[in-house]
Design a protein around this ligand. Sequence first.
Ligand code: ARG
Length: 451
Amino acid sequence: MWKGRFAKDTSSLVEQFGESISYDWRLFPHDVAGSIAHARAQLHAGLLTAEEFAAIENGLLEILKDIEEGNFEFKTSLEDIHMNIEAELTKRIGAAGAKLHTARSRNDQVATDTRLYCRAEIDGLLTAVTLLQESLLGRAEKYAATVLPGYTHLQRGQPVTAGHHLLAYVEMLERDKSRLADCRKRLNVSPLGSGALAGSTINLDRGAIAEELGFDGVTRNSMDAIADRDYIAELLFCISLCGVHLSRLSEDLILWCSAEFGFAVLSDEHTTGSSLMPQKKNPDVCEITRGKTGRLTGNLVNLLVAVKGLPITYNRDLQEDKPPLFDSVDTLRLVLAVNTEMIGAMEMREEACRAAASDPMLLATDLADYLVKKGVPFRHAHELVGKAVAESIRTATPLDELDLTKIDDAYGPDAAEVFSLARALESRTNPGAPSVANVKAEVARWKAALS
Ligand code: ARG
C-alpha cells in the first residue's frame, strides 16, 4: 500500500506486531457501507464513471457476502480490515478499485467504521437492557407484596417489599439506557472527509455521505475528528457503570441465596454444584457477573490511559482502542442475556422474607414517627425509642412486647399498633416509598413505559 517509498519489505515480526485484522475484521459491514457512500460521493463529484461506481458497489457487496458466509481469507500482511477489503476489491474489479481511496485516509475510515459499530452495538444493548428490566419487572410484580428487611450497612433497617427492592434495579438500568442513548446521539456525526488529518483538496459532499450512513451531521474539525476517541471512552463508561449495577444486584442475590438469608432460590439451570461437596448449589452466574465488572472497568481505564499522552491527531496507539471496546460490548451483552434468563426464573422464599422482616426492631423508626405525631420533637422521640431498644436488649424482651407506657408518658396505649408490618408498609405512600400500592402502580407504569 506504500510500496513507492520503501526499498525493503516489512519485517515479519513487525507485521505480526502491527496487525489488527485479527480483531478489527468485525468492522467489515461498516467498512463496506462507508466505502459505498464514499464511492457514491466520488461518482457525484465526477471522479468515477457510472460503470466504475457500479463495479465498486457490486464488488464491495460481493465481498460483504463472502465475509458473512465465511468465504473470505483475511491476510495479516494486509494489516487491517480496510486494506483487506480494498486490496480484494482491486483484485476483483481492477483499476476502478484503485480509485476508491481518493480523498480518504484509513484515519477517517477507521473513525467512521468505529462510530458505526458503536452505534449499532448501542442499539443492541438498549434492547438487551430493556429485556433485563422486563425480567426484573416480572419478579417485582409477582413479589410486589413480599415483605423483607431493607438494609443499610448490611444491618436490618426498615421493612420494604421484594418488589420495591427489584424495582430499584429497574431504575438503575433506565439510567444506563439514557446514558447509552446520550452517547449514541453525540457519536452520530460523520468524520469521513477529514482525511489523514487535514481534509482533502478534493471536495466530496460530506453531508451526502453522512446522510447515506445515517449520521445526523458531519464533524466540524478534521484534526479533532481524527484524534477523537471520546465516544469509545463514553461507551466504555456506560458499559462499566451498567456492569457495576449488575454487580451490585449479583451481590444482593448472592446474599439472598445464602443459608443465612435464605430469601431467594435460583433455578438449577442457573446454578452449579461442587465437584467435592455434594450439598452445594452455587450462584456462579452472579459471581461471574460481579467478576466481569472488573474487566469492564479495566477496559475503560485501558482506553483512557492509551489516549491520555497522545498528541493530536492520529497515532498508531489508537489501534489499541478496539480490543477493549469489542471485549466490553461482548461481555455486557452476555452478562445481560444470562441475568435476564436467571432473574426470570428466580423464586423468592416469602416465608423466610417475612420472618426476617418481622423483627420488631425494624419498626423502631416508625415508633419514633408515632411519637412525633403526638407532638414530641424528633430528636427527643429518637432518644425515647433508643431507651426502649436498650430495655428490649437488656431484658431480652422483643420491642413489641415491652410496656412502653412505663418508659415515658408520651407513649399511649395505641403505641402497640405501630408494630403491624402491614400498617407500616401501607403508611409509606409518598412517591418513591415502598407501600404495596405504590409498588403495584410502579410496576404498571414501567410495563407501559417499556412496551
Ligand atoms: N488499523 C488502524 C487502526 O485501527 C487503521 C488506521 C491506520 N492508520 C495509519 N495511519 N496507520 O487504527
